[in-house]
Design a binder for this molecule. Sequence first.
Ligand SMILES: [Zn+2]
Ligand SMILES: [Zn+2]
Length: 438
Amino acid sequence: MGFSNWVFLVLLLYWLTLTSSSDGLSDFPPRFLDYAKRQDFFDWMVGVRRKIHENPELGYEEFETSKLIRAELDKMGIKYKYPYAVTGVVGFIGTGKAPFVALRADMDALPMQEMVEWEHKSKVPNKMHACGHDSHVAMLLGAARILQEHREELKGTVVLVFQPAEEGGAGAKQMIDAGALENVKAIFGLHVDSKLPLGEVASRPGPLLAASGFFQAVISGKGGHAAIPQHSIDPILAASNVIVSLQHLISREADPLDSQVVTVAKFQGGGAFNVIPDSVTIGGTFRAFSKESFKQLRQRIEEVVTGQAAVHRCKAVVDFQEKEKPFFPPTVNKKDLHEYFQAIAANMIGAEKVKSMQPLMGSEDFSFYQEMIPGYFFFLGMQNETQKPLQSAHSPYFEINEDALPYGAALHASLATGYLLELQSEVHLPKGRHHDEL
Ligand SMILES: [Zn+2]
Ligand SMILES: [Zn+2]
């Protein structure tokens, strides 16, 4: 056997050890799920989630939530850095060296009153975890515990990203600016889903969630007595026409990715029955799946508002409030990460439970991470057919099916563990030699 043959044999043997070791490890997704379903583990996650649920905090005010996260990380002996973006926490598990892969949870609640009557109802009036971010934190802490217990299996470092202010505050952007993604190769995130059955997951390659932005317009005319409207320049009439015209910008196409939406959700003007006001303020959101159509839509909104206001002899100023409320880019999943996710999830819950879905008009600030590095976002099912249907996110009746917590924790942990393994085999494999070539 010549030297080059020997080299080849050694490389082949090395490669086989790698694949067989990753095969040996390929049982980790179901193993992690069993681990997360253990009664003591489950009870602990539920406890964490309920504690956060009782004390909801709005964007950039998640001080107690952040404190609770750090206390749990301390208990587990996990190192972290704090603060990022006011309340954010970034934890590190594994070798402490490259490669780095990140998992993300959002911490903020919504300014609304909880209407669900239960033992762990929000104790803060007009604040509620109605989007499930309390469960996201509990699941990421769950993943942290699984990973810390199995840290010798990690071929690199898992970065835990607990971010503030997902609900409109673009906390993700602040986390990036503060350096949370430094050296990170990829990031994974999830959201609970009330309509998807428990034990299932859903996502898609490419655009998953829309880009979204806010707008506010002040439409000014000339107020006066309601009995002599001909002497006024009526901004209520102008604003009404603006809203009707904005409806024409909405399109629902056969390909959902070509669709776009404009919604006026705010209308303020006038305080008396018999006085035409000087001005009216309207506001809302607009959404589209590509950056180009989003940009066009933004321009059309400005044109329609000022143009329609002018028809009624009113002046209009449109403010997109990009400083306070930055536009969210579309949430776009990388194709190879989609394939990777499907493999890991199928390994854990079975391929038939890994669903494809249509893109949704909702938006997520996870998209800011995806603008920086490859990222993957998916939905985690909570609906149990034997129980009453769950209300959608942002409903005052929103509830979490806590049985979903082990799935989220185990998926997070598996995605990170497997991804570090993948990176390792990519680095060590002889050039041009990939699994499917042999
Ligand atoms: Zn939300
Ligand atoms: Zn949310």
